[in-house]
Design a protein around this ligand. Structure first.
Ligand code: HEC
Length: 87
């Protein structure tokens, strides 16, 4: 498992669904969907993880963990776009 994925497994799965889960409107969307939203660039995620977002306010990661998460999300984005035959 990548380091960023390990961080997500540890801190983010209480809210964020897995791609394989049945959609639950009370849960936050899976990262596979988030990365396919328009304008989700590396800079966007870096900024997003720096700021507090309700209800995610308690999640204060180390800088290195944030970088790992962003790296994981960028890899996921590439894979998901490829699956959909995009760029
Ligand atoms: C307490 C619940 C909760 C936890 C824990 C949580 N999130 Fe979220 N997250 C949310 C909600 C709610 C949203 C908004 C739903 C949406 O964007 O559709 C969200 C949205 C996001 C987005 C999408 C931002 C966007 O604008 O597209 C990212 C990226 C994200 N979270 C990353 C993380 C990461 C990384 C962690 C773990 C370190 C985490 N979240 C932990 C609830 C949570």
């Amino acid at each position: 498992m990548e380091r960023g994925e390990a961080v997500i497994e540890q801190w983010c799965r209480t809210c964020h669904q897995r791609a394989s889960d049945k959609t639950d409107p009370d849960m936050a969307p899976p990262y596979e969907q988030i990365v396919l939203r328009p304008e989700r660039t590396r800079a966007y995620f870096v900024q997003f993880l720096k700021e507090d977002h309700f209800p995610m306010t308690t999640y204060r990661l180390f800088d290195s963990e944030r970088e790992d998460v962003v790296a994981y999300l960028m890899g996921l984005q590439k894979a998901e776009r490829k699956k959909r035959g995009g760029n």
